[in-house]
Design a protein around this ligand. Structure first.
Ligand SMILES: Cc1ncc(COP(=O)(O)O)c(C=O)c1O
Length: 363
């Protein structure tokens, strides 16, 4: 029977987002302005306990500006996981510093605090764990180890809007935390990033760097970029921010159904201290993962994604001969199933049936 493919990810764009864009277009003022300022304030209050937030044109720009504002540059080392999207390490490299790749914990796919501490050298200026798939990294351990060694803590929260560790929201721990607003994220603005800043000084520097180094027009204080968000994007983001709590709850509900009904694959464990927001619901497939994914699509019409098939240190852009065994296995085994809030009950049934059938056939 022909059936529609269930996509791995699906941005939800409603009439409210369209109306918000129209409102800004009709105002005639579309570049960074009052919508961006309102979005920053609302995002801060909703997601990071009121810390000052500064919007940027993308998550990658947000990471880059955050690192520069924190004083990271040539000669410095910043510890990052290799098992993440390349933007994490790219932003470090673009700041002039060296990304030093660290292995992950096998349970939660996030940077391993022990391996991080072992990789610290006199040149290490910071550590940037990634709250991968919406599961927070172990922030108690990261806070303790960065304080102990006098280095800065940065958070790549690109995938983790609303996640928390022991009740503290991600993005509220480090010198800065960055949230991506790319369309497939838990909420989006078209393109965009939000930088949550620990101090007014960091926030001011991110703002300066975002806008050619200017706070007052034509009085450029530092060399900067044009990494501004437009009011059109901010208007979309404001609407999505209002929808995020219900979407997150739905992602968590779907994940709970998968946890209880999937058999023969390893479902994603959640640390007792963690609130997971399931940007991805990522299983481990023991065996031929890629054949599993292809059969899931061909036979059951279920899309899936591999995030990420090549560890960053093996990419042509970095090409480093490192031994990161947990990362290596994860890259071979992970498979992310659709968990987006627009899934219907029939979709969920089909995903469960398909995965269980594939797992059974492979066992
Ligand atoms: C872990 C991680 N870091 C950084 C980014 C960069 O965000 P953006 O795509 O908004 O530049 C992403 C988004 O894809 C991501 O998943």
């Amino acid at each position: 029977m022909a059936q529609d493919t269930i996509p791995a990810a699906k941005p939800i764009i409603g009439d409210e987002e369209r109306a918000a864009v129209d409102r800004v277009m009709r105002s005639g003022m579309v570049a960074q302005g009052p919508e961006v300022a309102a979005f920053e304030k609302e995002f801060a209050d909703e997601l990071v306990g009121g810390r000052t937030c500064v919007a940027a044109s993308s998550g990658t720009a947000g990471l880059h500006l955050g690192l520069l504002a924190a004083g990271i540059g040539r000669g410095d080392e910043v510890l990052v996981p290799s098992f993440t999207f390349a933007a994490t390490a790219n932003s470090v490299a673009l700041s002039g510093a060296t990304p030093v790749f660290v292995d992950i914990e096998s349970d939660y796919f996030c940077m391993d605090p022990e391996a991080t501490e072992a990789a610290i050298t006199p040149r290490t200026k910071g550590a940037m764990p990634v709250h991968l798939y919406g599961h927070p990294a172990n922030m108690d351990r990261f806070r303790a180890l960065t304080e102990k060694h006098g280095i800065q803590l940065f958070e790549d929260a690109a995938q983790a809007h609303g996640a928390s560790w022991n009740g503290t929201p991600v993005g509220a721990f480090g010198t800065f935390g960055m949230f991506s607003l790319y369309p497939t994220k838990n909420m989006m603005s078209g393109e965009g990033g939000m930088v949550s800043c620990a101090t007014p000084e960091i926030a001011r520097m991110v703002r300066l760097l975002r806008n050619q180094g200017m706070e007052r027009r034509y009085e450029n204080e530092v060399v900067g970029f044009n990494s501004r968000m437009t009011d059109i994007h901010a208007a979309i983001g404001r609407v999505q921010l209002g929808k995020l709590p219900a979407w997150t709850a739905r992602r968590q509900e779907i994940a709970a159904i998968f946890d209880s009904r999937l058999k023969g694959v390893t479902v994603p464990p959640v640390a007792p201290e963690a609130t997971h927001v399931y940007h991805q619901y990522t299983i481990r497939v023991h065996g031929d993962r890629d054949a599993f994914a292809k059969a899931l699509l061909d036979e059951h019409g279920v899309g899936s994604g591999v995030y990420y098939p090549i560890p960053n240190h093996e990419l042509p852009s970095f090409k480093l001969a490192l031994d990161l065994p947990v990362t290596k296995v994860a890259a071979q085994e992970v498979l992310s199933l659709p968990v987006h809030p627009s899934l219907t009950e029939a979709n969920i049934d089909r995903i469960v049936t398909g995965v269980n059938a594939m797992a059974k056939a492979g066992s």
